[in-house]
Design a protein. Structure first.
Length: 304
């Protein structure tokens, strides 16, 4: 007899304001425990140093987590000039330091120009990317450095929002897979004095912003005072994560074919791509337009 899983069957997305100093996985496990959720997953990790928007998917919402992982992001980064570290942030070892330098706001703004648009970026050694199954950061901790292939990313905007002394602040909007620590390190190299991240906050992930966030402490306090039903109000419907996909509403008869894995022909479908599927008003999953112009199921949500 199969062992029954512990926890509640509960579906939705929690937008956590991740605290500084903890891993994304630890944050996930804490939220899973607070909600007493049977199943949970995060949507791409934030460094322990980073705070801010971390969407966490509970239950069937884990089926849309990949779309959040692939979504665009926004960050607010604070950099310190004059010191370069091996990790690109203040938690790394100092590689080089430069005490005597004069940098103007105009020089910084000019140095930022090459970072805008589609650029090639070499991932840092201190990253979770795997080579032959081994995360790069594990190699880095052993003092190993290996060749990494540059990856194409897009920086939609990068603006200098504050500059005083040897510290500056940047607002960055970028595509998935962008390493802000690498931007900081590359900028420091371009300025000739070195730079590293001293504070980093994610302000947006896909459709979700800081305004959607809740802290772990608030969840704990509300659960203790009002119970699980109170914190359940922080759950966001999973289809919010994919609201940029076209909506296809199916009558129940047609939806039954989709649920059985069969493509169906529906009027006014897009020519290609992914769509959100609804049975009447109920979200039932993600579909894709096949070569015949029919909509086929891609990831279906299990109704409880």
């Amino acid at each position: 007899m199969a062992k029954r899983k512990k926890g509640r069957i509960i579906d939705g997305i929690v937008i956590l304001d991740k605290a500084i100093g903890i891993s994304s996985n630890r944050a996930l496990q804490e939220v899973k425990r607070i909600f007493d959720a049977q199943k949970a997953g995060h949507t791409g990790s934030l460094d322990p140093l980073a705070t801010g928007v971390l969407p966490l998917c509970l239950g069937e919402a884990t089926k849309v987590s990949q779309f959040l992982l692939n979504s665009n992001k926004k960050y607010r980064a604070k950099l310190k000039l004059g010191v370069r570290t091996d990790s690109g942030d203040c938690e790394g070892n100092v590689l080089e330091s430069c005490a005597d330098f004069q940098i103007s706001q105009l020089q910084i703004e000019q140095a930022l120009t090459p970072f805008k648009g589609e650029i090639e970026q070499v991932p840092p050694m201190y990253s979770a990317l795997k080579v032959n199954g081994v995360p790069l950061y594990k190699m880095a901790r052993k003092g190993q450095t290996i060749e990494r292939e540059a990856r194409r990313i897009t920086v939609y905007s990068i603006e200098l929002t504050a500059f005083e002394g040897d510290e500056l602040e940047l607002e960055i909007a970028c595509s998935k897979g962008t390493y802000i620590r690498t931007i900081a390190d590359d900028l420091g190299q371009a300025l000739g004095c070195g730079a590293h991240i001293i504070a980093l906050r994610r302000t947006q992930a896909g459709a979700f912003t800081e305004a959607d966030c809740v802290t772990t402490q608030k969840l704990i306090d509300e659960c203790e005072s009002g119970g699980l039903s109170v914190i359940d109000e922080h759950l966001i419907p999973m289809d919010k994560a994919i609201e940029d996909l076209p909506e296809v509403i199916l009558p129940s008869v047609t939806a039954s074919f989709i649920k059985n894995g069969q493509p169906v022909l529906v009027r006014h479908l897009p020519e290609e791509g992914l769509v959100r599927l609804y049975e009447e008003g109920q979200f039932i999953g993600i579909g894709c337009i096949d070569d015949d112009g029919k909509v086929a199921p891609r990831r279906l949500i299990v109704a409880h």
